[in-house]
Ligand binder design. Sequence first.
Ligand code: ADP
Length: 221
Amino acid sequence: MALYIVLVGVQGAGKGTQAAILSQQYHLPHVTTGGLFREMKTQDTPLAREIQRIMNEGSLVPDDITVQVVRERLQQPDAVNGAIFDGFPRTLPQAEALDKLLGDLGGKVNLVPFFNLDRETAIKRISGRWECTLDPKHVYNENSNPPKVAGICDLDGGKLWQRPDDTPEAAAKRIDLFFEKTMPLLNYYRGRGLLNEINAGQSIEAVTAEMISALEKAKAG
Ligand code: ADP
């Protein structure tokens, strides 16, 4: 049975960090729409330029474009056994589109870990966030999860940088959009018995442990 997991949480809640751990442990691809959009940066098409503009101001990419990008990603051979979604779905229409997409593939969403974090902590975490230039999935935080050597990735020695949309203005806008557009998803998934709420203010290890135990239960059930 394929396994599809949807990670929900405000910016800075630790979705990317936990997705990378799950992806390795369960051999499933980490499907992050933000990452897929950032990869399009190298393309010089009107669509890629428009996406770039939307991202830099911290707004949401339109649902139809986002769903299309995910549909194409799920057609890659590494996604036959499932996927870990990070940053998708972010709106109710996207959640409905995902159900349809997975239904067509003979699967369904199996679990929705919700990393609960308050707004103030989220802003603090984002402003301290540093990403590896060689692999954007290697993410650090100068306060809670610093690299061994400042400015250098522990895993591959890449230089660390701060994302252009992590400016205080763009970050605040993304956080507002989370509470406005993405919070309604919680009810959608709660109603289906899929939601697993986790206190994201805990250590990375504690969050992982709770998530894995919920996942093992979901797999068994
Ligand atoms: P963060 O979670 O810190 O906002 P992401 O990498 O998930 O970072 O997303 C970066 C940007 O990519 C978003 O601000 C938005 O412009 C775009 N984006 C990512 N995922 C989606 C989505 N599911 N729907 C619409 N836009 C998205």
